[in-house]
Design a protein around this ligand. Structure first.
Ligand code: VGL
Ligand code: ZN
Length: 209
């Protein structure tokens, strides 16, 4: 059984003070680093948008962040400008142990389509290369953590199950956006229904000693 750790979007713009701040987002960095020590394959996804990305509210006259529009046939939550390519906001948190990362998967580069999942864009039209990378390495089991529980973590974990990976959510090493009060618990239910198993940082570390 080959396993990999997937670190979802541990980038400055999702940290407190960032453009799309996730509450307590920085609290997952230390557990991510501890877990990364226990895996030989560590993949980090990176939200990597062009400045004119159409998920940004400013690309739509009169629209505000948090509103939902139809974007080329898909429902799209509009976001503040975040994770623009080559900006500090798109960089990984400075305390993240970059040396442990074996592969970086960038997503969200097509200005017309958002990409919450680390595997596909939201229209499931284009693959990012993550599944090919994992299969090439013989990986069958994934541990997923990061930001945000109700968007990129959720869709990465659900796509992983659909692709046939045994998928564990490291629940206490995730934080969510929570635009609506129950978005985070609802995301956990959605993942569970899709077949994502749940675990904790300590349980994973204990099992992999
Ligand atoms: C994310 C909203 C927009 C995420 C990325 O990483 O969960 N959320 N872009
Ligand atoms: Zn984004």
């Amino acid at each position: 059984m080959h396993t990999a750790l997937i670190l979802v979007d541990l980038q400055n713009d999702f940290m407190p003070g960032g453009a799309l701040a996730v509450k307590e987002g920085d609290r997952v960095i230390e557990p991510a680093n501890r877990l990364a020590q226990a895996f030989t394959l560590v993949v980090a996804t990176q939200d990597w948008h062009p400045a004119d990305h159409e998920s940004f509210a400013i690309a739509h006259a009169g629209r505000q962040p948090g509103e939902v529009i139809d974007l080329h046939g898909l429902p799209q939550v509009l976001w503040p400008v975040h994770c623009v390519q080559e900006t500090n906001g798109a960089e990984f948190h400075p305390d993240l142990d970059r040396a442990r990362i074996t592969k970086v998967i960038r997503k969200g580069m097509d200005p017309r389509t958002d990409s919450y999942s680390g595997f596909f864009d939201n229209g499931h039209r284009r693959a990012t290369g993550l599944a090919d990378y994992l299969r090439e390495k013989g990986v069958t089991t994934l541990y997923v953590l990061g930001l945000a529980t109700d968007y990129c973590v959720k869709w990465t974990a659900i796509d992983a199950v659909r692709l046939g990976f045994t998928t564990w959510l490291v629940e206490d090493a995730c934080r969510g956006v929570g635009l609506q009060a129950d978005d985070i618990p609802a995301a956990l239910v959605d993942m569970q229904r899709a077949g994502v198993a749940r675990t904790t940082v300590e349980a994973v570390l204990r099992a992999r000693k």
